[in-house]
Design a protein around this ligand. Structure first.
Ligand code: T3D
Length: 268
């Protein structure tokens, strides 16, 4: 079997979390339809597994993901490829799913993240990057527009001036600069990246999962809400969180001066 015949996505089940690895290293893990389908299935399966309380997304080889595989977009002479279908069928549902998963998603960006690969990383809840990694809004180089949520999330993360310049110039942003700009959570020495990503997912695997899911939803909702609406939403989510046994356990553990033992039940 040649490396290109290998599964486009690898799934590893750890205690309380899953590791999903994009696996087309010769193309810097660029997306093909089979890779999209495998990733979609991996996320749906993780969501359906009550014991999964976090997800680590990373890539094989020297890249995280180079966006769409452009081999699938080479137009034959005289034909004009019309895009939009793959966004509707794959990229948009992928970004929506990553944001909506009822547990934290940690991206371990092991190398270059370009095009949709960059914006998919940025859609994850916590982004860790190897110091050698770069983030590239490469779309402008081929006459396209940032997609996979890039035009929404980038200005919110780093402000309109930087977002506009990155989208228009396609200049790569090194991991340390991305951290300094607040585009990602942390840049980490290459050799330590995966250990830190596993440590974080291990932490989430014993955390109050439903509370974390509500935090994700509250922060996402805040972009659309005014303060009044957000205060109402916080009241509702706090009520909901308090009905989960993890809240009572958290308070008991605090009073008894011991580490909490969260069951991580997703519902009440
Ligand atoms: O439906 C739709 O199409 C709409 C959706 C669009 C979503 C998108 O993501 S559009 C943007 C697509 N992605 C890009 O434009 C990025 C293209 N890649 C690059 O600009 C560079 O490869 C990188 C900046 C990511 C990395 O540069 P470098 O110098 O480190 O590596 P390289 O030598 O360019 O790439 C290594 C190999 O991967 C190379 O193959 P080779 O020569 O060794 O056989 C290269 O062709 C291949 N590769 C990299 N990116 C892609 C790719 N092959 C196909 N598609 C790619 N996106």
């Amino acid at each position: 079997m040649t490396p290109m015949d290998e599964a486009p996505v690898l799934i590893e089940r750890r205690d309380g979390y899953r590791v999903v690895t994009l696996n087309r290293p010769q193309r810097l893990n660029a997306f093909t339809e089979p890779m999209h389908q495998a990733l979609r299935d991996a996320l749906v399966e993780a969501e359906g597994d009550e014991s999964c309380r976090a997800l680590l997304l990373t890539g094989t080889g020297r890249g995280f993901c180079a966006g769409q595989d452009l081999n699938d977009r080479l137009s034959k002479a005289g034909e004009t490829p019309v895009l939009g279908g793959a966004l509707e069928a794959y990229y948009n549902p992928l970004v929506r799913k990553l944001r909506a998963l009822p547990f934290p998603v940690v991206a371990a960006v092991n190398g270059v993240a370009a095009g949709a690969g960059c914006n998919i990383a940025l859609a994850c809840d916590i982004v860790l990057a190897a110091r050698s990694a770069t983030f590239v809004q490469s779309f402008a180089k081929i006459g396209l527009v940032p997609d996979s949520g890039g035009t929404w999330i980038l200005p919110r993360l780093i402000g309109p001036a930087r977002a506009r310049a990155l989208a228009l110039t396609a200049e790569p942003v090194p991991a340390e600069q991305a951290e300094g700009w607040g585009m990602i959570w942390k840049s980490i020495a290459d050799a330590d990246l995966m250990a830190e990503a596993h440590r974080l997912c291990g932490h989430f695997a014993t955390a109050p999962t439903m509370g974390l899911a509500l935090i994700k939803r509250a922060l996402d909702a805040s972009w659309e809400n005014d303060l009044d609406a957000q205060l109402d939403l916080e009241r509702e989510f706090q009520r909901e969180a308090s009905l989960n046994p993890d809240y009572a356990e958290g308070v008991r553990a605090f009073m008894e001066k011991r580490p909490p033992k969260f069951g991580g039940r997703r519902g009440r």
